[in-house]
Ligand binder design. Structure first.
Ligand SMILES: Cc1ncc(COP(=O)(O)O)c(C=O)c1O
Length: 470
C-alpha cells in the first residue's frame, strides 16, 4: 500500500464553528473518582486526580484539553507526533489498511505492509543496514537490541560476551532489561535487583562534568575522560565479556539534557570496533529527522551496529518501533532451522499491518515533504530564537541541541533549585507544552513546524519563565 502525497497539514487550522466540541460532555468522565482509578506513567494519581490533564483532540501543532483550552504542542506529544496531529495522509493510510487487514500473526508469517515498510526503511537508512525487526515500543526495541547483541556473540565464537555497558542518567525503557541499562536511580532502585550484566559509566555532561574538566581542557589536552572510561571499563571487565555499548546520541529522558561534544560518539565507535563490542544507538527520541539528520548518529558521523527507533517513527498514530540491524550482524542469524541461529525473540504485535501503514505513511511524508531538511532549517531558527530569549531573560544558560531538539538550563541563582514544576504550570497557563525537567527546558515540536509556529512557542515560553523568575 502506498500513501498519496499528503494534503499538507497546516500548522494552524481554524476549525469551523460546526466542529466545535461540546466540552461539557467530558464532565461526567473526568471525575476525581475515575481519574484515580487509572495508573499513569511515573505519576502520583492522588494529586493528578485533583489537577488532571486530559487531552481530547489535536490538530496540526495544537492539542485541546477537556475544558476546551488549546495548547501549542512544543513536545510532539512526547517526541512522538513528528508529522503533527490529525495528519490526513497518515489517517487515510491507516484506514485503508484497517479495511484490508488489521492483524497478521508474526509467529506465522508477515504481511505486505510490513514488507513495504522494511524495504523503504532500509532504503531511507542506507549505511549498511540489512535487516529490520519491527516492534511496538521503545522498550521493546532496546530489549530486542540487547538480546540480539548477546545472541550475536554466542553465534560468532564469543560465547562469554554478555555484559552491556550503558550510562548513568541514560534512559532505555521501563522493562527489566531496558531498565537495567538505564541509569537513573529514581526509576530503578525500587525494582532492584535488576538483570545481571549491566555496567554504567558517567555521561558526557560537559556543562556539569563528572571529572571537573571543561570542554576546552578536553580539547586542548585530548582528555575526554568520559569517553575514555568506556574503554577503561571494557578493559577492566575483560573485553571477552563485553557484548555491547548502548547510548542515546543526545539524551533527554533520564537526568537532564545531555548533548555530547562532537568527538564523543566517534570515540565510542572506535572503541567498540577495537574490542569487538556492538554499538547500539538508542534513537527512540533522536531518530527520524528529530536532529535535522535522518538519524542522530548521522549528526556525529557514526553508524551503529544496531539502531533502535520508535516514537516519531509512526508519528504517534500507532505503537511502532524497530531495530535496524547491520548486515554483518544479520548474517550471524541466518542458517538452517536445525542450527537454531534465528533470533529467539518476538512480540505479538511486531510488524502489525496497521502500525506498519502508519510508519510507511510517516516515512513517505518525511521524504515527500522534506521533513528532515525542515527540521534542520527550523532547528536553526529555534536555536536563534532561544539565544535571543537568553539575552532578554536572565539566567537562561547553555542553550544547546540539534535540529528540532533544543533546550537550555535555568540558573538556580535566578529561578531556585528546582523551578521545573512552576515553569511547567506557567507554560500550561500560557497554552504551551514542552519538556520541562527539574531545571531544564527542551523543545521538540513536530517536524512540520514553520517559523511562525516557533515564534509563537518561544513567545509563550518567555512569558511563562518571566512569570516564575524569583
Ligand atoms: C531514549 C529512550 N529509549 C527508550 C524509551 C522507551 O520507550 P517506550 O516508552 O516507548 O517503551 C524512551 C522513552 O521515553 C526513550 O526516551
Amino acid at each position: 500500500m502506498r500513501t498519496e502525497k499528503s494534503q499538507t497539514p497546516q500548522c494552524f487550522v481554524l476549525r469551523p464553528q460546526s466542529y466545535q466540541m461540546e466540552y461539557a460532555m467530558y464532565d461526567d468522565l473526568v471525575t476525581p473518582e475515575l481519574l484515580a482509578r487509572q495508573i499513569l506513567d511515573f505519576r502520583q494519581m492522588q494529586s493528578f486526580a485533583e489537577d488532571p490533564f486530559v487531552i481530547v483532540e489535536g490538530e496540526g501543532l495544537h492539542v485541546t484539553d477537556h475544558t476546551g483550552k488549546q495548547y501549542l504542542d512544543g513536545l510532539s506529544g512526547v517526541f512522538v507526533n513528528s508529522v503533527g496531529h490529525r495528519n490526513r495522509a497518515v489517517i487515510g493510510a491507516m484506514a485503508e489498511q484497517l479495511h484490508t487487514l488489521a492483524f497478521a500473526p508474526p509467529l506465522a508469517g508477515t504481511n505486505p505492509t510490513a514488507l513495504e515498510l522494511t524495504r523503504d526503511l532500509l532504503d531511507f537508512a542506507g549505511s549498511g543496514f540489512g535487516a529490520v525487526k519491527l516492534l511496538s515500543g521503545g522498550s521493546e526495541a532496546t530489549e530486542a537490541a540487547m538480546k540480539m547483541a548477546r545472541q550475536y556473540h554466542k553465534q560468532t565464537g564469543h560465547p562469554h560476551k554478555f555484559k552491556i555497558l550503558a550510562r548513568y542518567g541514560g534512559y532505555h525503557g521501563a522493562t527489566m532489561g531496558a531498565l537495567s541499562a538505564s541509569g537513573s536511580w529514581e526509576r530503578k532502585s525500587i525494582f532492584e535487583p535488576l538483570v545481571a550484566g549491566f555496567l554504567h559509566v558517567h555521561p558526557p555532561t560537559c556543562n556539569a562534568c563528572p571529572y571537573d574538566h571543561t570542554l576546552d581542557e578536553c580539547r586542548a589536552h585530548d582528555l575526554f575522560t568520559c569517553a575514555r572510561h568506556v574503554e577503561r571499563t571494557i578493559l577492566a571487565e575483560d573485553p571477552e565479556t563485553v557484548a555491547a555499548v548502548i547510548v542515546e546520541p543526545i539524551s533527554v529522558s533520564g537526568a537532564g539534557f545531555t548533548v555530547p561534544p562532537a568527538e564523543y560518539l566517534p570515540m565510542l565507535r572506535a572503541m567498540c570496533d577495537k574490542y569487538n563490542v556492538l554499538l547500539i544507538l538508542d534513537e527512540i527520541i533522536t531518530g527520524f529527522g528529530r536532529l535535522g539528520t535522518k538519524f542522530g548518529g548521522d549528526c556525529f558521523g557514526v553508524v551503529p551496529d544496531l539502531l533502535c527507533v520508535g516514537k516519531g517513527m509512526s508519528g504517534g498514530y500507532a505503537p511502532l518501533s524497530a531495530v535496524l540491524v547491520q548486515e554483518k550482524v544479520q548474517a550471524a542469524f541466518l542458517g538452517t532451522p536445525e542450527e537454531r541461529r534465528e533470533f529467539h525473540h518476538g512480540h505479538t504485535y511486531g510488524g502489525n499491518p496497521v502500525a506498519a501503514a502508519a510508519g510507511l505513511a510517516v516515512l513517505h511524508l518525511m521524504r515527500d515533504q522534506h521533513l528532515v531538511e525542515n527540521a534542520a532549517a527550523m532547528g536553526t531558527v529555534l536555536r536563534a530564537q532561544l539565544n535571543a530569549m537568553a539575552e532578554r531573560l536572565p539566567g537562561i544558560r547553555n542553550v544547546r541541541g540539534a535540529g528540532l531538539l533544543q533546550g537550555f538550563d535555568l540558573d538556580p541563582a535566578i529561578y531556585g533549585p528546582a523551578p521545573g514544576p512552576a515553569v511547567e504550570a506557567a507554560a500550561r497557563e500560557h497554552g504551551l507544552l514542552a519538556r520541562i525537567g527539574k531545571n531544564f527546558v527542551v523543545f521538540a515540536p513536530p517536524l512540520t513546524i514553520d517559523e511562525a509556529g516557533i515564534t509563537m512557542m518561544v513567545d509563550r515560553l518567555e512569558s511563562s519563565i518571566a512569570a516564575v523568575a524569583v
